[in-house]
Each structure stands twice: as structure tokens, then as C-alpha cells.
Design a protein around this ligand. Structure first.
Ligand SMILES: NC(=O)c1ccc[n+]([C@@H]2O[C@H](COP(=O)([O-])OP(=O)(O)OC[C@H]3O[C@@H](n4cnc5c(N)ncnc54)[C@H](OP(=O)(O)O)[C@@H]3O)[C@@H](O)[C@H]2O)c1
Length: 231
């Protein structure tokens, strides 16, 4: 039974992952705005806002085997209309938040025999899409962080990143709020459907498990073929 911190277990992919792992592992989940969270014998859930100056992670055990950092945003705007603070606010949520959590948890991760960190990128970090400059910039930073940390923390701690395409979660709600939008998004993918949270959480569960113990520094594309197949 591993001890796993899921920052953002209250929604979307983090919530799917919590359900997937809670049978076999002890999950320390967090919520920020959505406090309708479940608690069970193996799942405890705690308030964390990664934008706070000081994070209180005192609920964590001494030793941690996995961390998944879910907070993210899809702020789509024409480049000319983006203010400096739009970039900065998104950077604080997606990149600085992850850095603060990982720095706080390093001593606990170092006590594990096969610790694994999973961060999130997006298909839009490596492919150009209109209006995606905020998310494309900041997720590319997370890809860089993944590779740098994978080098620095090896061989004790593995660090990988999942890069999904559009997935049916509250975060993508405004892009998927009609049957026509869902179908149009499905047709853009070689596998002709959008992602569901379990498509992504299955890949994360593998990266957290000892089955992936020779994998580090990778950006894993779980995207219906979007990033590698020309249609
Ligand atoms: N869905 C997609 O189409 C898609 C595509 C590519 C990449 N991704 C990436 O996948 C990751 C997970 O996305 P998702 O779709 O599962 O998103 P989601 O449904 O919006 O869930 C995000 C989680 O992060 C938490 N969170 C948000 N702001 C926070 C803050 N300031 N402090 C602490 N926790 C915070 C939320 O907590 P509360 O709900 O309690 O506030 C929630 O549990 C993100 O990094 C996203 O960029 C998603």
C-alpha cells in the first residue's frame, strides 16, 4: 500500500484517479473550491490552495510514494488581448504551485523506495493551436521541469508528465457543453473521440506503480493520437 498525494482530488482526472487507487493505496487528496469531497478508510481529503504563500501540508505522513499535481487551467485568448498578469496568474497556478508542493514534499519522497511524481502538460505544449499561448507556454515550462527534476532526483525519485488532449472534465466544460462541440472535438482526433478521465488516470496509475520503475523524464501523450498522427 503506497502513500499518494493527489493535489486536486476533488474534480476531473484527480477524482477519477482517487477512485481508481483507493482500493489498494492510501490517498491524501486535496480540494480548493469544491468541498463536496468523499472520505473513506483509505482516502482523506484536505483543503489546500496552492496560490497561498505558505502551504499547510502537515496532514501528510512522513514517507510519500507518489505525488500527482492536478491544478491547471485552459484560458484561451487572442495573444494581443492577454495581459502580463494573465500569464503570471496561470504560471503561479500551474508551475509555481507544483514547485512549492514538490519542494515541501521532497524529504517525504526521499524516504520511499520507489517514489514517483506525475505532472500535467497538454497536447498544446508541442502543437500550435490558436489562442493557446498561455496554456502552451506554462505547460511547456512543466515539461522542462519534468526533465530537469527527473535528472536531479534520479535514481531515488522518478518524474514523468502526462500530456492529454481534450478530456471530459469540469475544466473543459465550456469547450464541451453541446453535443455538436463534443462531436467536433471527437472528429479532430485520429481515435475519433474525446478523452474521459479514466483514460488519463489509468496512465497515471501506471506511472505511480512499480510496473513503470524504469521510466523517468518522459512526457506521455494520452491524446487519441492527436500529437503524432496527421489527419
Ligand atoms: N481536461 C482537459 O481537457 C485537459 C487537457 C489537457 C491537460 N489537462 C490538465 O489536466 C490536469 C487536470 O485537469 P482536470 O481537467 O481534471 O481539471 P479540473 O476538473 O478542473 O480539476 C482540477 C483540480 O485542481 C484543483 N485546484 C484548482 N485550483 C487549485 C488551487 N488554486 N489550489 C489547489 N487546488 C486547486 C481543483 O480543486 P477544486 O475543484 O476543489 O477547486 C480540482 O480538484 C490539469 O493540469 C489540466 O491542465 C486537462
Amino acid at each position: 500500500m503506497k502513500n499518494i498525494l493527489i493535489v486536486g482530488s476533488s474534480s476531473g482526472i484527480g477524482n477519477s484517479l482517487t477512485h481508481l487507487l483507493s482500493k489498494d493505496h492510501r490517498i491524501y487528496g486535496t480540494y480548493c473550491n469544491n468541498n463536496t469531497v468523499e472520505v473513506s478508510d483509505t482516502v482523506s481529503t484536505h483543503y489546500v490552495n496552492v496560490l497561498d504563500d505558505a502551504l499547510d501540508l502537515s496532514f501528510l505522513p512522513d514517507s510519500l510514494d507518489g505525488i500527482v499535481y492536478c491544478p491547471g487551467a485552459i484560458t484561451l485568448k487572442p495573444f494581443a488581448r492577454i495581459k502580463e498578469e494573465d500569464f503570471l496568474n496561470d504560471y503561479k497556478l500551474q508551475v509555481i504551485g507544483a514547485i512549492k508542493v514538490l519542494q515541501s514534499c521532497l524529504p517525504a519522497l526521499k524516504k520511499s523506495n520507489n517514489a514517483s511524481i506525475v505532472l500535467f502538460s497538454t497536447v498544446a505544449a508541442n502543437m500550435g493551436f490558436n489562442f493557446h499561448s498561455i496554456v502552451g507556454t506554462n505547460k511547456a515550462a512543466l515539461e522542462g521541469l519534468t526533465k530537469s527534476l527527473a535528472a536531479e532526483l534520479a535514481p531515488k525519485i522518478r518524474v514523468n508528465c502526462i500530456a492529454p488532449s481534450i478530456t471530459d472534465t469540469p475544466l473543459a466544460g465550456s469547450l464541451l457543453n453541446t453535443p455538436e462541440k463534443i462531436e467536433a472535438n471527437a472528429q479532430r482526433h485520429p481515435l475519433k473521440r474525446i478523452g474521459n478521465p479514466l483514460d488519463i488516470s489509468n496512465a497515471i496509475a501506471f506511472l505511480l506503480s512499480d510496473k513503470s520503475s524504469w521510466i523517468t523524464g518522459q512526457i506521455i501523450h494520452v491524446d487519441g493520437g492527436m500529437s503524432s498522427i496527421k489527419m
